[in-house]
Design a protein around this ligand. Structure first.
Ligand SMILES: N[C@@H](CCC(=O)N[C@@H](CS)C(=O)NCC(=O)O)C(=O)O
Length: 207
């Protein structure tokens, strides 16, 4: 398998699952700062020009959350996707929650802080998105008060996806009022096979 990645990005979610599974993969770094994700060669792999991409033989998969589910289902022995229908429903719930309710505000903040051209950035969007994140993080904070993992009693792909998303929030000081989420995220990154945190991955670019 080949993982097209760029260290500090959502690629971390996929790398995390691959490392936890202990499967061999070839890591291909696409330097987004150098615009390598917009070259014809990369656009042939993902016409959206986005990372991560997993290539498994003849199959190419995009969308970080979909890739984590694919990997978990390809290697079912680790139970990263619960077999129980009710637990699986909760897994999907929290994966969608991560990608829509938590990640989208974070993405809006990134866009209006440094991704859009300066003249297109709207400061009001940043404060609205911060508020949107906070009101949804309260829901997860309450859910995690007496829990170790987000679904059931064992780690699932939802924990890897959420931990990365919370680290992203932590990078922009959005976890300061969520001690349970901060502790959960730290606990997840203490796992022996955890990937680098975003800050450390950022620091490793070019080294
Ligand atoms: N929903 C997609 C989002 C992928 C995405 O936007 N990746 C960013 C890096 S984290 C990217 O490649 N951005 C390039 C661009 O938007 O031009 C996923 O989860 O895989």
């Amino acid at each position: 398998m080949k993982l097209y990645e760029f260290a500090p990005t959502r690629s971390i979610r996929v790398r995390w699952v691959l490392q936890e599974l202990g499967v061999e993969f070839e890591a291909i770094s696409i330097n987004m700062l150098a615009g390598e994700h917009r070259t014809p060669a990369f656009l042939a792999i993902n016409p959206a020009g986005k990372l991560p991409v997993l290539v498994d033989g003849e199959h190419s998969i995009t969308e970080s959350v979909a890739i984590t589910l694919y990997l978990a289902e390809k290697y079912p022995d680790r139970n990263f996707v619960p077999t129980n229908l009710q637990e699986r429903a909760q897994l999907y719930r929290w994966l969608f929650f991560a990608a829509t309710e938590l990640e989208q505000p974070l993405w809006r903040i990134s866009r209006h802080t440094f991704l859009y051209p300066e003249e297109s950035r709207l400061p009001a969007e940043v404060s609205l998105a911060r508020q949107d994140f906070i009101s949804m993080a309260v829901v997860l904070e309450n859910h995690m008060l007496s829990r170790h993992f987000v679904v059931g009693e064992h780690v699932t792909v939802a924990d890897f996806v959420l931990a990365y998303t919370l680290d992203w929030a932590n990078e922009i000081q959005l976890l300061t009022t969520f001690p349970t989420l901060a502790a959960y995220m730290e606990r997840m990154y203490e796992r022996p096979k955890a990937p680098k945190r975003i800050a450390s991955a950022l620091g490793s670019i070019g080294s």
